[in-house]
Structure formats: structure tokens, C-alpha cells
Write a protein that binds this ligand. Structure first.
Ligand code: HAM
Length: 437
């Protein structure tokens, strides 16, 4: 019979993979806690309606959705943002602001199989609600950098591309594009990196040709690499909206510079983000070599809480994925070794000695030491071999002769030296020995 396998795009986490995943989660949680974010969780299954039109066509097409036994249209969550908006929206009045929340959770998208993209993956989400100013962006971009650099990754390994959907819209408006046309242009910009000039085909079909001079002006925006470039491109336009955005850009970039994080951040208007709800700053993190798909993505979404029935509440946030992060850590040799070694291996003479050993094993484990012992009676030689293979730092030997004298032997597994200790001193001796190692 052919064995069962996990579904395409879903992973089994054998202990070694599980420990790697735990390492990633632990680093994320530590970073979030250093920044004063609070952890929350939410259901994996949500009403389908939550994602309809709000997340965008791409995510909607990838939903794992079905009708439940009560006739409800439901979907496995493809992302956290609508859920966290619903939660915050429902209690917004009672929550102290700014609301800084994070979560580590699994998400489901029916994607085509490709490197770095699965159908079940984990994300670390961090979001700030109730802060309309760019201070929230500074906090989140700094957190995103810490979430990656805490693994040992440096500015040579990853960077963040910072862009702005509002600025795009205001710029296109200043160039004379209507709102519908601007949306079409942004779709083309989203595809431009992959497809080049062909990215504009869809726009041309819907709205007609773009005059060469206009297209040059649109593409000039993609050449912007610094605040100075941005100021130069916008200089000819007299618009309050553009001026306000520029002032926010100055704040974000100078805040990050004061935190000595500028080297991690690139001004890059090629990022526009596919999700439908973003309103202002948007950003994505990538590996420097460009081998991998995005490590993280996020931005401001000031309208979503209200659209989902909550109050008018500004919001900004991002999510990092565990799949691309894991691949990058592997490429850079930054995955920790999988350690299962116990601290102590108990070598037990025979059935008669087992109960004495059990009493100590239980007391040692209750004090937090990792203790292993053989389930079945084995010759001493085999047990010492097992003790050595386990990687334990010390062995406790429960032999008949020792127990008769009221002692056990402690063997240092590194140099095989042994000494006797009184039964009632086992815990203290183990503590002395292991704290020195
Ligand atoms: P997103 O760009 O769709 O944004 O996903 C964020 C990250 O999740 C990606 O950069 C990637 O690392 C990971 N990811 C997404 N889809 C997959 C997949 N199929 N397989 C593996 N990893 C994947 C969002 O989800 C927004 N809700 C983020 C956000 C939070 N915006 C505001 N707050």
C-alpha cells in the first residue's frame, strides 16, 4: 500500500525542523517584546466575507474556502490583517493607544508550488493601531530590521524597500491621471520588474495608450533612490498633498538614520504591494542577493478597520514569513544545531536498583535537568555506550554495590573520571558539576 503523504505545500515538522521553526519564533517574539508589542491570537477559520474584496483579487483566488455543516461560507485565514482589524475594531474604545500587537501564526493560501511559497506557512505579524503619524512607521521598520538582524543577518544579507502608495497616487494625479487610470498604472508598476514594458499592456487595453512623455515621467519615479532624488522629482509640482507626504518621508528617514538603520533601507517606488487595502507607506524586505521571494511585506492601511465595521482607526503593520526567512538562514549558515542531548544519563544496574534510580531521576527532572535512562534492563557496557551516544555531560551510576553503601557514582562523560557521592547529595552534586560546564 502506498503510504499517505502530506498535501502539496503543507509541511511535516520532524523534531529537527520543529526546533528550527521554534528558533525562528523565539527570535521574533524576543524582538517584539523588546519593542513593547503584546501578543494575541485568533481563529484559523473565519467568515469568507472577511476577505472578499478587502484583501484583493490575488488572495481571494487563493482562499481555502468551503461551506460548513451549518451552511456558513468560511475560509482558512490567508493573512492576519482583516482578523486583527476586526478584533481591535470591536474593542477599540477600551484599548490603550497606541495599540501595538503581534502574533505568530499559520496561514493558508492555495498557491502554485514554487521555491519559498507554500500553501501553509507561518507569519509574524506586527501592527500599530491609533497612530496616524510616521512615528508608527519608524517603530515598525525598526522592529522588522531587528526581527531579521537578531538571527545574525546583516545589512549585507537583507534590506527593506520603502515606497508610498499615497505618493504614487498624488504624483500621478499631479501628472493628470484620473483615479481609475492611476490604479491601472500601479498594477503595471507592480508587474514592471518582472515583465518590463509588457506590464503596461493591461493598462493600454483598459485606458488607451500612455503618451511617451507621460510614461517617461512615470518611469522616472522608479529611478528615485534617495530623499534628494524624490525632492528633485517633486520640485516642479505645487501640491499640499505632496508637500505633506514629503515631510512624512523626511521624518521616517531621519528617525531611521538616528537609529543607525539607514543602511538597511532603500527608497524604491517599484514596490506598490498587491494587497488592496494599503493607503500610505508600503515596504518589503528582500535578501540582498535577490535569490528569494520577499521575506516580509507591510504598510499603512488607514481605512480597513472602518471598512470592517469598526471605528475610524489609522493602522500600519507588516508580516514576515517563516519560509523565506528559513531559506535565507540556511544559505547563510545561521540555522542553529539541533540539540537533543540530555544533561544526565542514568545507568541502572538491574531491577533491584531501578526504584532507587527512579526516585533521583524524578527529583532531578523536577529541578529542571534533562534526564534519560534505558527503559529496559541492559548490561552496563551497553548502557555506557548509550550514555556516550546520548551526548549527556554526566552519567549517574546506580549499581548494587554503590547503593548498598548509600552512594551513587557520578561519571564525567568527557574524561570518564568517576567519584562517589552520598545518595542525599545527588541533587547538590549534579548542580555543582553541571553549573561548571
Ligand atoms: P504578504 O506580502 O502577503 O503580506 O505576506 C507577508 C510575507 O508572508 C511575505 O513576504 C512572505 O514572506 C510570507 N508569505 C506570503 N505568502 C506566502 C506563501 N504562500 N508561502 C510562504 N510564505 C508566504 C501580508 O500577508 C499582509 N497581511 C502583511 C501585513 C500585516 N500588512 C499589514 N499588516
Amino acid at each position: 500500500m502506498a503510504g499517505f503523504q502530506s498535501l502539496p505545500g503543507f509541511r511535516d515538522f520532524y523534531p529537527e525542523e520543529f526546533s528550527r521553526r521554534q528558533h525562528i519564533f523565539r527570535v521574533w517574539r524576543q524582538a517584539a517584546s523588546a519593542f513593547g508589542f503584546q501578543e494575541y491570537d485568533a481563529p484559523v477559520l473565519e467568515p469568507l466575507e472577511l476577505y472578499k474584496t478587502k484583501s484583493g483579487d490575488e488572495i481571494e483566488a487563493q482562499l481555502f474556502s468551503f461551506t460548513d455543516k451549518g451552511g456558513r461560507e468560511v475560509a482558512l485565514r490567508p493573512e492576519m490583517t482583516p482578523t486583527v482589524c476586526r478584533m481591535v475594531g470591536a474593542k477599540a474604545g477600551a484599548l490603550k493607544r497606541p495599540i501595538k500587537w503581534f502574533s505568530v501564526a499559520e496561514f493558508y493560501r492555495y498557491e502554485r508550488a514554487q521555491k519559498g511559497r507554500l500553501r501553509a506557512f507561518n507569519q509574524f505579524n506586527a501592527d500599530i493601531f491609533g497612530e496616524a503619524g510616521p512615528e508608527a512607521e519608524i517603530e515598525l521598520i525598526a522592529l522588522l530590521i531587528q526581527c531579521l538582524s537578531s538571527f545574525g543577518l546583516t545589512k549585507d544579507d537583507f534590506y527593506i524597500r520603502l515606497s508610498d502608495r499615497d505618493l504614487w497616487f498624488f504624483y500621478l494625479e499631479a501628472l493628470g491621471f484620473t483615479d481609475a487610470q492611476s490604479r491601472g498604472i500601479l498594477v503595471a508598476i507592480d508587474r514592471f520588474e518582472k515583465m518590463g514594458e509588457d506590464a503596461f499592456k493591461g493598462y493600454v487595453e483598459m485606458h488607451g495608450e500612455v503618451a511617451a512623455e507621460m510614461k517617461d515621467k512615470v518611469l522616472a519615479f522608479l529611478q528615485i533612490k534617495s530623499l534628494a532624488d524624490l525632492e528633485a522629482v517633486l520640485a516642479p509640482f505645487k501640491s499640499d498633498k505632496l508637500a505633506t507626504r514629503l515631510s512624512d518621508w523626511r521624518k521616517v528617514l531621519s528617525g531611521l538614520s538616528a537609529m543607525k538603520l539607514s543602511e538597511f533601507v532603500a527608497v524604491d517606488f517599484g514596490v506598490v504591494r498587491g494587497l488592496a487595502y494599503y493607503t500610505g507607506f508600503v515596504f518589503e524586505a528582500f535578501d540582498r542577493k535577490g535569490d528569494l521571494r520577499a521575506l516580509a511585506g507591510g504598510g499603512r492601511y488607514n481605512d480597513l478597520v472602518k471598512k470592517l465595521g469598526g471605528p475610524d482607526l489609522p493602522a500600519v503593520g507588516f508580516a514576515i514569513g517563516d519560509v523565506t526567512t528559513g531559506l535565507l538562514l540556511e544559505q547563510r549558515g545561521l540555522t542553529p544545531h539541533f540539540v537533543t542531548a540530555p544533561d544526565i544519563y542514568a545507568v541502572i544496574g538491574g531491577e533491584a536498583e531501578r526504584n532507587a534510580a527512579f526516585a533521583d531521576i524524578q527529583a532531578l527532572r523536577a529541578s529542571g535537568w534533562r534526564v534519560e535512562y534505558p527503559f529496559k534492563e541492559l548490561a552496563f557496557g551497553k548502557q555506557f555506550k548509550a550514555a556516550a551516544e546520548s551526548g549527556a555531560k554526566l552519567a549517574l551510576i546506580y549499581g548494587g554495590d554503590e547503593l548498598a553503601k548509600g552512594v551513587v557514582k557520578i561519571r564525567d562523560m568527557t574524561d570518564r573520571s568517576e567519584r562517589e557521592v552520598a545518595r542525599d547529595q545527588v541533587l547538590a552534586s549534579v548542580r555543582d558539576f553541571l553549573s561548571g560546564h
